[in-house]
Design a protein around this ligand. Structure first.
Ligand code: FE2
Length: 179
């Protein structure tokens, strides 16, 4: 991605987050996630053994992944954000990144228990996986470890919740040997 594209996407997305009413802490978090997601994307695109990924899509999706937090900080903020992104006329690929980023995704069954529509919101494409994984590695505006992210998830959902294994699997798939 050209430096000019990066600057343009960054400023357009930040403007949009503010326009819909996201707090500055959310904006700051989204910027940190986007920088890390782009770093991971560059690693995929410049290392052996990975398929190439769409850097612009990852950067834009990561910047907007928490847009739903303008309306909800609950577990539904991915779904809510997806609806907002559709209303705003954002690309389908960006909508899906937003919908599928929470934790390591939410299955239809888990969603039903949480009062979400019974639809699978689990990241499928590598672009979706990279944003979700980067989000797990950023706490607020700072880098955290996968071990801390897993501890947080266990505190929230209990030791045996299926999303814990899913988060570990996602991390391994996205980060490979680079940890
Ligand atoms: Fe989020």
């Amino acid at each position: 991605m050209e430096e000019g594209d990066k600057k343009r996407i960054r400023s357009e997305c930040i403007k949009l987050l503010r326009e819909v009413g996201c707090d500055e802490s959310v904006v700051e978090h989204c910027i940190a996630v986007a920088e890390l997601a782009l770093e991971i994307a560059l690693h995929h695109n410049h290392s052996e053994g990975y398929n190439s990924v769409d850097e612009k899509l990852i950067f834009e999706g990561a910047l907007l992944h928490d847009i739903g937090r303008a309306r909800s900080h609950g577990v539904d903020h991915g779904f809510v954000g997806g609806e907002m992104a559709k209303e705003l006329g954002l690309e389908e690929k960006v909508v899906r990144i937003i919908q599928r980023h929470v934790g390591a995704g939410i299955t239809a069954e888990e969603g039903k228990e949480m009062g979400l529509p019974p639809v699978d919101f689990v990241p499928e494409t590598m672009e979706e996986k990279i944003v979700s994984c980067a989000d797990n590695l950023i706490d607020g505006g700072r880098r955290t470890s996968i071990e801390n992210a897993i501890e947080d998830l266990k505190d929230k959902l209990g030791e045996t919740h299926p999303s814990i294994k899913r988060m570990i699997r996602l991390h391994k798939e996205v980060m490979g040997r680079s940890g």
